[in-house]
Design a binder for this molecule. Structure first.
Ligand SMILES: [Mn+2]
Length: 424
């Protein structure tokens, strides 16, 4: 469904006075808002195709209705998000859930919505109908060569789809590992996986990146073959300059210091991309910023500091993606909240007084260092994020617009209430 532009303009008109009041108040305390606004306008987060339907758990799935029935409808949903917040200008596809039948028309449809194709995602964690070999005991790590070869071939096929769509990266997340001690020879599993990844790496076009995503546990509960950032970095370093580590916020053991991991990966030039979500216990895939907003801010603080230290472009030099999907919210509302949380943390990180922080660190003034960070974190920057959105042609308050316009109701009318999007 396409948004009528004048509806967004009417919405903005009705909120403009209050918006200006908040913005002026915020700007009064800041020195340079224009450069921050232009960075916010440039920043785009990719939406994963599997987050547009209600996420399932292993116990049940409760569809909210109006879910996209095809890749075309998934693109329309991301287009809708992007029209509202102007920060969701990319979609990340998952093969085989989203195999484009005709790449050129899919590409054209995405372009109509102002979207590009972000990282492609392969899937060797499920068996597909008609598949010759099972991934029950792993894919690239598997003890049998024919299973490994099948997984390699699949990844190369995903690259081919990606080339047709104009994507420039492949994310490999493996569920490979073991559930019980003795099940696996760790060294052989690593070597098999490295060999497989090397073959996939060889198939990458010149301008492509390979993201090696790690995860501490689940679905395997004793060992994971790409289990943490150390293992991922080991693979990425051995593979070569086009291979990077991908950090998914939900893929760590409890209380891991993710901001420190990010800082060191950036320092080594090996941080490639991000999967944003939030969690309380494990890989909960909850809305970004819903549980630990301070951690999200601290991560962005390291990202901005580390990227600036290397002279990187914030908007384009890393892959920014959401990877979240759960059971209880309207997925589109959930994604609007997630993107907003990301933009707020990014804006705050841009506002951190780096000089003051550096001086405090240099003088071992722990109290002052904490003050610098927490003063910024407690600043309400929502008017700045809204202003960036307004200037880019979006809605001042995307969520209230979505509700007032009854967009979900319209989608249900169009697509039916029993639709189930492909995904988890
Ligand atoms: Mn992920």
């Amino acid at each position: 469904m396409k948004l009528e532009k004048y509806r967004v303009e009417d919405h903005n008109e009705s909120l403009l006075k209050e918006h200006h009041r908040r913005l002026e108040f915020l700007k009064a305390g800041l020195s340079d808002t224009e450069s921050i606004l232009s960075k916010l306008i440039d920043f785009k987060v990719a939406i994963p195709s599997w987050a547009l339907g209600t996420g399932g758990t292993r116990f049940g799935r409760f569809s909210g209705g109006g879910e996209p029935r095809s890749l075309e409808e998934k693109i329309e949903d991301v287009g809708l998000l992007h029209a509202l917040n102007r920060s969701s200008g990319a979609i990340s596809l998952h093969i085989p859930w989203d195999i484009p039948k005709q790449a050129s028309s899919i590409k054209a449809l995405a372009a109509q919505h102002g979207l590009r194709f972000d990282a492609m995602n392969s899937n060797t964690f499920q068996d597909q109908p008609g598949q010759a070999h099972s991934y029950k005991f792993g894919s690239l790590q598997h003890v049998r060569k024919e299973v490994r070869q099948q997984a390699i071939d699949h990844n190369i096929e995903v690259i081919r789809h990606g080339i047709e769509l104009g994507s420039e990266s492949l994310t490999v997340w493996l569920s490979d590992g073991s559930c019980f001690p003795g099940q696996l020879n760790f060294r052989k599993a690593f070597q098999n996986t490295l060999e497989g990844l090397s073959e996939i790496y060889q198939a990458l076009p010149e301008n492509w990146k390979l993201f090696v995503e790690y995860k501490a546990f689940e679905p395997n509960f004793y060992s994971t073959t790409v289990g943490d950032w150390g293992q991922s970095l080991l693979y990425a370093s051995k593979l070569g300059p086009k291979a990077y580590t991908l950090v998914d916020l939900g893929h760590h053991l409890p209380n891991a210091n993710i901001e420190q991991i990010v800082a060191l990966l950036l320092m080594e030039g090996k941080l490639g991309g991000f999967h944003f979500n939030d969690s309380k216990y494990g890989d909960d895939d909850l809305t970004v910023g819903s549980i630990k907003p301070y951690q999200l801010f601290l991560i962005f603080n390291e990202l901005v500091e580390g990227m600036d230290a290397r002279g990187m472009e914030h908007a384009t030099d890393l892959g920014w993606m959401i990877d979240a999907s759960h059971n209880v919210k309207d997925p589109l509302e959930d994604l609007l909240q997630s993107v907003e949380a990301i933009m707020i943390s990014y804006a705050q990180a841009l506002l951190v007084d780096r000089k003051k922080l550096q001086t405090a660190q240099q003088e071992n003034d722990v109290v002052a260092a904490q003050e610098v960070l927490q003063n910024t974190f407690r600043m309400d920057v929502r008017a700045l994020v809204a202003e960036a959105r307004l200037r880019a042609g979006g809605a001042l308050d995307p969520l209230s617009f979505y509700r007032k316009e009854k967009i979900r109701e319209q989608l249900i009318k169009q697509r039916g209430s029993a639709t189930v999007a492909t995904g988890l």
